[in-house]
Structure formats: structure tokens, C-alpha cells
Ligand binder design. Structure first.
Ligand code: SF4
Length: 213
């Protein structure tokens, strides 16, 4: 990575972490993925039940696989070969798991987390339910404020997640959101975590790399 890019990732990452901590989240910055992954694995003890919210970042870092290898039980509705009933059951288990693992659509420099869901299980679990929530994101998810977060979701996160999920929504043809009315729309519930909800324990791990959408 260019040294200038590394420098900006560090400066923006540390600013976002400071703002998140001020908003009662437990946030840490890691320059690279190795340190971040080791820390995330420490946050989920062997034997704990880990819910996977569905995220390219989690897949790239192979967190579910690594946690399963250390003896965690993984609740992942994105596994291949599951029936709709099995997927629904796993989504419900995620809501009351020991550790919920997720990416995020945007992190603002004001210390907020902004996410948009189709089903809502991911954003619901971010608010209340799991004993601990671990949100992992690359510095490419950092934006200035809520307005930029909304633009980021419409221009990048939502169209790219539609493509990742193999959906045929209009954004896949247009390359950006056109606020469709498709039955398969994945943008139905937008949640802004402006401060840590009072009964949650949310850890935000920011990594100085481009990760996910
Ligand atoms: S609202 Fe529709 S067009 Fe826009 S990103 Fe979501 S699924 Fe795609």
C-alpha cells in the first residue's frame, strides 16, 4: 500500500475510533488485518455461540472459519445448502447469541454506525440481544457524516451487496441505487447507532485497509 494511503487510513481511522469511544462504543484501530483478527478471536472464547451477520469483510478475513476452528458454535444463515426454514432459524439464533459478528455499511467521523438491511436481523442484533457485538470494518467505510453515509450506501454498499447476493434488483443494472420498489429490495430498515445502546456491549474494530463494500 502507498505510504500516503497508509497515513490517511491511520489519521481517519484514529479520528473515527476516538469519536466512537466518546459515544460509548469500545473502538480500536489496527493498521493491518493480522492484529485485528487476533483481537477478534480473543473476543469470542472457545465454546461461545457466534452469530454471523453476513458481510464480505467477515468472509475475506475468514472469521467464522477461524472461530469454528477454536471451538465456537457458528450461526451463519449465509451457508450454502440451507433451506429457508434453516436460514430463518439461524437468523433468530443470532439475536440471542454470545457474540454477534458483523460488518457495517458506514462509520462516520462523528462516531456513528449506519446500516441498511433488507430483513433487519443484522441491524436488530446490533441494537439488543447478543451478549457482545463485534463490528469489523476497513477504513474505506469511513465517511464524514450521516449524509455521506447515505450516499455511500446508495452508491456502493447496497448495489455491491445486491451483486454479491446474486439479486436481480434494478441497482445491478444501473450500478447505483434507484430507490426501487422491487419485492427483493434489500434496503428496508436503516439503523443509525448514534451512541452505544445502553444494554449492549459493542466493539468496533477498524482496520487500515480497504475491506468489503
Ligand atoms: S433500494 Fe432497490 S435499487 Fe436501491 S440499492 Fe436497494 S435494492 Fe438496489
Amino acid at each position: 500500500m502507498d505510504t500516503e494511503k497508509q497515513w490517511q487510513n491511520e489519521v481517519l481511522g484514529q479520528r473515527a475510533v476516538a469519536a466512537l469511544n466518546k459515544n460509548n462504543f469500545t473502538a480500536l484501530y489496527f493498521a493491518g488485518r493480522a492484529g485485528a483478527v487476533a483481537h477478534i478471536l480473543d473476543l469470542a472464547p472457545a465454546g461461545s455461540g457466534v452469530g454471523i451477520g453476513g458481510s464480505r469483510t467477515e468472509r475475506v478475513l475468514e472469521l467464522g472459519l477461524k472461530l469454528a476452528a477454536k471451538g465456537c458454535t457458528i450461526y451463519d444463515h449465509g451457508k450454502e445448502g440451507l433451506s429457508p426454514e434453516e436460514r430463518l432459524d439461524l437468523r433468530r439464533k443470532q439475536l440471542v447469541c454470545d457474540v454477534f459478528l458483523s460488518g457495517t455499511n458506514a462509520v462516520t467521523l462523528e462516531g456513528e454506525l449506519i446500516n441498511c438491511d433488507g430483513t433487519g436481523n443484522r441491524v436488530a442484533a446490533m441494537i439488543f440481544g447478543p451478549k457482545k457485538t463485534v463490528i469489523v470494518a476497513g477504513t474505506n467505510k469511513i465517511v464524514r457524516n450521516r449524509e455521506e453515509a447515505d450516499q455511500r450506501i446508495k452508491m456502493f454498499a447496497a448495489p455491491l451487496n445486491n451483486k454479491r447476493l446474486g439479486l436481480d434488483n434494478p441497482c445491478v443494472k444501473h450500478g447505483e441505487c434507484i430507490d426501487c420498489r422491487s419485492p427483493a429490495r434489500i434496503c428496508n430498515a436503516t439503523v443509525i447507532l448514534s451512541r452505544r445502546p445502553s444494554l449492549s456491549d459493542i466493539h468496533v474494530i477498524l482496520i487500515g485497509e480497504d475491506l468489503g463494500f
